[in-house]
Design a binder for this molecule. Structure first.
Ligand code: GRF
Length: 206
């Protein structure tokens, strides 16, 4: 049976991409990362992909390009890899329906906070600030489907709660969040790529 095809979209370091690459390589996740697409030429994740022998593609928004036109162009690039799953792993652009409508129920996002909390950028820093004023004792991470243009919102596929040691440091909290992200993203993709859930693919022989 053909393994599910994953395309990962990145904008930066790609530590979550690395976790997915490692899990696919080891066989823990029964899938293949067939391409990594970045909107930034300096994204370190591109080097991680190349080191793993995975095809990379840069799709950079031009200054004179409308968001809708860019998203449609991005969709063509991503679709060319025939993905079963599209994973937003540190992808720092909001996607419009010009992109999302082409991939219903196939776009997965990772957010460093729990459902309904701290949407948008700097979620780790904001959670930490709240812990320092005594209004927060825990945060977490979530993986969810992206059905529409809601920010860090959509059907939840998995969550992990991360307690905050307010007497610690932002750095140790951020490390705990990133560790939780790496583990949760791999767990969710492993489940999604199990034969009975992969879109348009036959299950295992009975
Ligand atoms: C992660 O914390 C992700 O949740 C957030 O950006 C960070 C990307 O990290 N949106 P990396 O590029 O995977 O290392």
């Amino acid at each position: 049976m053909t393994r599910p095809r994953i395309v990962v979209l990145i904008s930066g370091s790609g530590s979550n991409l690395q976790a997915v690459l490692d899990a696919c390589h080891s066989g823990a996740t029964p899938a293949d990362v067939v391409a990594v697409v970045s909107n930034r030429a300096d994204a370190y994740g591109l080097e991680r992909a190349e080191a793993a022998g995975v095809t990379t593609e840069l799709v950079i928004k031009r200054d004179d390009e409308d968001r809708a036109v860019y998203d449609a162009r991005l969709a063509v690039a991503v679709a060319s890899f025939a993905p079963d799953w599209i994973v937003l792993a540190g992808w720092m652009r909001l996607l419009s329906m010009e992109f999302l409508s082409l991939f219903p129920d196939r776009v997965v996002n990772l957010h460093p906070a729990l459902p309904g909390e701290l949407a948008g950028t700097q979620a780790i820093e904001r959670a930490w600030s709240e812990s320092q004023t005594g209004t927060r004792t825990e945060s977490g991470v979530m993986v969810h489907l992206v059905p529409d243009e809601g920010v860090d919102d959509g059907p939840v596929l998995g969550t992990t709660v991360v307690p905050i040691d307010a007497s610690g440091t932002l750095e140790t909290f951020a490390t705990a969040i990133h560790d939780a992200e790496h583990a949760l993203l791999v767990d969710v993709l492993t489940e999604l790529c199990s034969p009975h859930l992969t879109p348009d693919q036959e299950g295992p022989p009975s």
